[in-house]
Design a protein around this ligand. Structure first.
Ligand code: HMG
Ligand code: MG
Length: 298
């Protein structure tokens, strides 16, 4: 069956804007996030406390958070890779963070300057200290289905990394199809591999990029497997600067069109969201790749 309700985990301000070549003004980012919240999104990943040289697009993280005054119902997690990032997040009064692990050696090297083992040497003290400070910690696993340098990624390798994040205290795992190559059979198989390893579907979220146009089919498959948290990016902004073949995330509007059609509640207003993505596309000087934005804004 399908769930009655789905939580949309909005990643546009982070996964979207980190990949734009233009550096968006902090006031525009703040307005973008305010508009997303006004459209009814209650989980918005706002920015990253990563090394500013690695992702200059999000170097203004502290400034952005100081400008935001979101209602209490809105959760505003941020990406944090290490203790230095955690220090900066704590100084900005962040309550939720997301750690991001790689399932493959090559992407761990390119994205985190680490080996698979070294990434855990970074995450372990970061998660422990975050939890001692009362923060909620999400865990991402990247390259869950395919990696541009290593090809197909064995489920066993993904589950090993994900289970380790859960053991460290992550409340949720987001399974990243970083380069958007997954197809529905792989989604079913990976969720099955996690549940067989004792990580329940209630702990799993899905994160699809839409490079090969499979994101909605993959999402519906995950919903049928019992997943109720779906990551998406308003207007389909996004990608990953350290994985060249990645394009934008599943567009939140495309997701919402499907969920609304299925009668699955999200609390999000499609019209307001489309207006926000049209506004953002004007700021970026290029049209939104979302089919639903194009259809409704046309
Ligand atoms: P490194 O160069 O190995 O860092 O980078 P280091 O620990 O050797 O430190 C070097 C210097 O950087 C030091 O300064 C540190 O203080 C400083 P120095 O002593 O030389 O003056 N530093 C920092 N400064 C500010 N904030 C920090 C920080 N950390 C160290 N947090 C590091 C290692 C992990 C920091 C780097 O590789 C990095 O920032 N990577 C982030 C890459 C990134 O953001 N990628 C995109 C997000 S992942 C993604 O998009 C996938 C996802 O969407 C899911 C999916 O689709 O699969 C989540
Ligand atoms: Mg991503």
């Amino acid at each position: 069956g399908l769930p009655d309700r789905v939580t949309i985990y909005e990643v546009g301000p982070r996964d979207g804007l980190q990949n734009e070549s233009a550096i968006v003004d902090v006031a525009v980012k703040a307005e973008f996030i305010r508009r997303l919240a006004d459209a009814g999104l209650t989980t918005i990943e706002t920015t990253s406390f990563v090394h500013p040289k690695w992702v200059p697009q999000l170097a203004d993280a502290a400034e952005l958070l100081a400008e935001l005054d979101l209602p209490d119902v809105v959760r505003a997690p941020v990406l944090v890779p290490n203790e230095r990032g955690l220090d900066r997040a704590l100084a900005a009064n962040v309550r939720e963070i997301a750690i991001f692990a790689s399932a493959t050696e090559t992407f761990a090297a390119k994205n985190l300057n680490s080996t698979l083992d070294e990434q855990f040497a970074m995450f372990t003290p970061t998660i422990q200290r975050a939890m001692a400070e009362g923060l909620t910690v999400r865990g991402y696993v990247s390259m869950c289905y395919g990696d541009p340098w290593e090809g197909a990624v064995p489920s066993r390798q993904v589950v090993e990394v994900g289970a380790r994040l859960i053991d460290l205290g992550c409340h949720e795992l987001s399974l990243g199809d970083t380069i958007g190559v997954a197809t529905p059979g792989q989604v079913t198989a990976l969720i099955g591999a996690f549940t067989a390893a004792g990580v329940g579907v209630d702990k799993l979220a899905v994160h699809f990029h839409d490079t090969y146009g499979q994101a909605l089919a993959n999402t519906l498959t995950a919903l049928r497997e019992g997943v109720t948290t779906v990551d998406s990016s308003a207007g389909g902004l996004g990608g990953c600067p350290y994985a060249g073949s990645a394009t934008g995330n599943l567009a939140t509007e495309d997701l919402l069109w499907q969920l609304d059609g299925l009668g699955i509640r999200t609390g999000v207003d499609l019209e307001k969201l489309v207006a926000t993505s049209v506004w953002m596309a004007e700021k970026l000087g290029k049209p939104s790749p979302s089919r639903v934005v194009q259809a409704l804004a046309g």
